[in-house]
Design a protein around this ligand. Structure first.
Ligand code: M6R
Length: 304
């Protein structure tokens, strides 16, 4: 996990290099297909779902396309029309719930796109279009660098669609340069997260506003997976409407405040380091979370 978080700056640089070259005709066809969609249906699980929540907001805001983001396991009875598209997001490309969601939208006859990290995975092959996340192999069960890769590749996609629809990109070269620099800073400052670790911590809340709400969900998932303590992510305002009653002297509250145009892409890095150090302080192995496997497959429920 530590190695993979530390790889994030090179993943960011690698993705930017890949997408800074001449892109294939198929890529342009896909951009055209998405830009004429009435609704984008995004389906994913876990960390990939959190990336989907963020990208969903960005598609609406910058591409002016209505977007619905689903837990892949809950996809059913969706209202679709023939111009809609479906995007699935997955590190492995093999998660059964997400595969089933992809099959569901394939059967409805709309165009499907997969954002996957594993080339030649089932999702890569079953979707009409596939975009590789180019994060390199992710071994740790707790997904980290692929979350950042999903956001960045999604942002590049959004930029291409905005350029096609509105003749101008949303994010500029200087934003991407700043992103590289800030990802390096976030990794260099990893020991700051260690200073906040108390091994007796029993409860943790991550709060945020705007896109940071979703980073709060993602940070909380990582604590659950690696530290086995109660942790939730909330919108800061909503926290006052009930959950605040849980706060006692064994509770820590972390306010996530990412900054800069693309700050949300790497805003979770300090929280990833915090989960890693807290897990170790508790005598746990963050690379071997209990009851979990890297890829959640349930072949009995596979509908493909
Ligand atoms: O391979 P996928 O992206 O489809 O996996 C989805 C989730 O199972 C996965 O993100 C899970 O939530 C991670 N272990 C979180 O760190």
């Amino acid at each position: 996990m530590e190695k993979e978080i530390c790889e994030i700056p090179s993943v960011v640089e690698g993705i930017l290099k890949k997408y800074n070259t001449v892109l294939s005709l198929k890529y342009h066809k896909m951009i055209k297909t998405i830009s004429s969609a009435k609704t984008i249906h995004i389906a994913a699980c876990g960390t990939s779902y959190h990336a989907g929540l963020i990208l969903g907001e960005l598609f609406e805001k910058y591409c002016q396309i209505r977007t619905k983001t689903y837990f892949a396991s809950e996809v059913s009875d969706c209202l679709v029309c023939k111009e809609d598209v479906c995007i699935v997001i997955s590190q492995s490309g093999e998660t059964t719930h997400t595969l089933n969601a992809l099959e569901y939208f394939n059967k409805l006859g709309i165009q499907t796109i997969s954002l996957v990290n594993v080339e030649n995975s089932t999702m890569a092959n079953r979707a009409d279009f596939c975009i590789n996340l180019h994060a390199g192999p992710e071994i740790s069960v707790a997904s980290t660098k692929v979350f950042v890769a999903s956001l960045l590749v999604g942002v590049i996609l959004i930029n291409s669609i905005a350029k096609l629809k509105f003749k101008q990109t949303v994010f500029k070269s200087r934003d991407f340069e700043e992103l590289i620099a800030s990802s390096k800073r976030a990794v260099k400052d990893k020991k700051n997260s260690k200073k906040l670790v108390h091994k007796d911590l029993q409860r943790l809340f991550y709060l945020g506003t705007g896109l940071d709400v979703y980073l709060a969900y993602e940070a909380a998932l990582k604590i659950k997976e690696t530290c086995y303590i109660h942790c939730e992510g909330y919108a800061s305002g909503e926290f006052k409407h009930g959950p605040i009653a849980m706060v006692d002297d064994k509770t820590m509250i972390v306010d996530i405040a990412s900054d800069g145009a693309l700050g949300f892409v790497i805003g979770v890095i300090p929280n990833y380091f915090f989960a890693l150090y807290l897990s170790r302080a508790k005598g746990l192995d963050p690379d071997k979370p209990r009851n979990l496997t890297k890829c959640v497959k349930d072949l009995d429920s596979y509908m493909g």
